[in-house]
Design a protein around this ligand. Sequence first.
Ligand SMILES: [Zn+2]
Length: 162
Amino acid sequence: MAAKKTATKTPAAKAPAAKTPVKKATAKKTTAAKLAVREDESPWTAKELKEVRAELESEIARLTAEVAAAESDLSEFLKEPIDGAGDDQADAGAKSFEREHESTLVAGARAGLQQNLRALARLEDGTYGTCESCGNPIGKLRLQAYPRATLCMTCKSQQERR
Ligand SMILES: [Zn+2]
């Protein structure tokens, strides 16, 4: 008879399940006070920021849909051979023009979308309101008119003159 093995099984020591739930600080980040304004302007209020944010978000939604629609149009165009049999030269030219026009639309919508996204990101990280080029305040009035602006008036008009 085999010697009885005394299994010295140590019961798996249960790890102390004293999990203290790490509560995330629910304190809302108030970046409002930090956002740049011009000297003669009052600081951003929560309400004003909310309006600007809503404007950016609705523009982003609109442009996202526009880009998607234009892209699907474009892919329809691309499926058709541009100089397919049966097309005369004028047809081919019209198609090519249409395609280019559509490409321009997509590019424009995409650029606008990027700008809105960037403005929203800056709103999140607290750099909203500061000119990306010169670092001066863009100005609240200008931002309320053009929430997606990331350049001050001076830099913007310099850029356009280039
Ligand atoms: Zn500037």
